[in-house]
Design a protein around this ligand. Structure first.
Ligand SMILES: NC(=O)c1ccc[n+]([C@@H]2O[C@H](COP(=O)([O-])OP(=O)(O)OC[C@H]3O[C@@H](n4cnc5c(N)ncnc54)[C@H](O)[C@@H]3O)[C@@H](O)[C@H]2O)c1
Length: 364
């Protein structure tokens, strides 16, 4: 089997705790050839720990002609890193949020077309325990029609969280609790509800923390076919939890988790012959060990696609739906009205920037 030669860019939190271990856990599929970070201590430590060369700059690593570049840098560096890497011949596995605007997402999608390389956005909730199984049953129609969806990400981040210089600012983080903390639960809900959405109305506010981006948001979603959904996000909750629920006509699937969905954290209920709530007899099926680690499971899917020369699952076109929904929430918050799918196009200030309040300030 041909092994992909991989470079990891960003040896900070998620680079060291998720991406580098995921690569190390797939020795048959890939080989780590370098890590990049301008912080000399971080890159040296990561290079020593994971046994690879350490570089200060992406271009030095691209000179090695990697097959795959993993972008675990702050969000404002994703778009340029992705485009440069694809132009150098590599596929990209990029942390969320992919970019800070639909315009930049479209630039990445255009680069996919021009280079024949793919940029895959990290969406580990889709790949972690139980999610794919729930999606399969909903998609098959075995649990009836999805009617109502809930995605509540109520987490806590103390003031020290924003010590990292890129956090909290429109220019570098792009968005707050909706974009940074709730991305995966929103993405998962949208995927479970069928992937499409029609309209969003929302409010995003900075209620408590001394930051530019929001620390709380609420929204409603209207799905094609009449389904409806609710989003709640915050970093202010003293009872941290992630809840994703889909009420379908014949079953209700609920995830009660925090940072990584496990199969055991899903429950699926239906009603018994007497009309009382009862666990669904078709859930759960046993799952492969791989699915306990969403980053690794998604990397394995990407590497299989790379080896087979086929399109991976989560290309830019796919992750753009989630980015557009988040952008619509910010636009609705800034304008005070519903935002329709497809209305944010070139010329709309929200096409050029995700963050509603900053754009509103520019417009005022
Ligand atoms: N999927 C998830 O569950 C998850 C969890 C946490 C963070 N993230 C995302 O991962 C990304 C990084 O977050 P983090 O918490 O690891 O941040 P971090 O600040 O801990 O790490 C970022 C690293 O990037 C390095 N860096 C800065 N500029 C660079 C450059 N030009 N080239 C190479 N490296 C550079 C920094 O020195 C730092 O070591 C963000 O997009 C964040 O939203 C995703």
């Amino acid at each position: 089997m041909s092994r992909a030669r991989v470079v990891v860019v960003g040896a900070g939190g998620i680079g060291v705790t998720a991406h580098l271990p995921a690569i190390a856990a797939l020795p048959e599929e890939c080989e780590l050839i370098g890590v990049v970070d301008p912080d000399v201590e971080r890159r040296t430590l990561a290079g020593e720990q994971f046994g690879c060369a350490a570089f200060a700059d992406l271009d030095e690593a691209l000179a090695l002609s990697p097959d795959l570049v993993v972008l675990a840098t702050p969000p404002h560096l994703h778009a340029d890193g992705a485009v440069r890497s694809m132009r150098a011949g590599a596929w990209v596995y990029c942390e969320k949020p992919l970019t800070g605007s639909l315009a930049e997402a479209d630039r990445i999608a255009q680069t996919e077309v021009e280079t024949g390389r793919w940029c895959v956005t990290v969406s580990q909730f889709r790949y972690a325990g139980g999610s794919a199984q729930v999606r399969r049953h909903l998609h098959d129609g075995r649990w009836g029609r999805p009617l109502l969806g809930i995605s509540h990400t109520t987490w806590y981040r103390g003031p020290e969280y924003w010590d990292a210089p890129w956090r909290g600012r429109y220019a570098t983080e792009f968005g707050g609790s909706t974009t940074t903390q709730a991305y995966h639960a929103i993405d998962l809900l949208l995927w479970l509800m069928g992937g499409e959405w029609d309209r969003v109305s929302g409010v995003a506010r900075t209620l408590e923390r001394p930051i530019e981006v929001e620390d709380a948001s609420v929204a409603t979603i209207q799905f094609p076919g009449g389904g409806i959904g609710s989003i709640v996000t915050t970093v202010l909750s003293h009872e941290p939890a992630t809840t994703v629920q889909v009420v379908a006509s014949q079953a209700t699937a609920t995830l009660r988790s925090l940072y990584l969905p496990l199969l055991s954290e899903w429950s699926v209920s239906t009603t018994d012959a007497a009309g009382a709530p009862a666990p669904h007899p078709e859930f759960p099926e046993a799952e492969a060990e791989m699915s306990v680690n969403g980053h690794r499971a998604q990397l394995a899917e990407l590497l299989a696609a790379w080896r087979e020369g086929r399109q991976p699952e989560l290309t830019t076109t796919e992750s753009r739906r989630t980015l557009e929904l988040i952008t619509a929430l910010y636009k609705s918050s800034a304008t005070g009205r519903f935002v329709d799918r497809g209305e944010i196009v070139a010329g709309d200030p929200f096409y050029a920037a995700l963050h509603g309040r900053a754009v509103q300030e520019v417009l005022a």
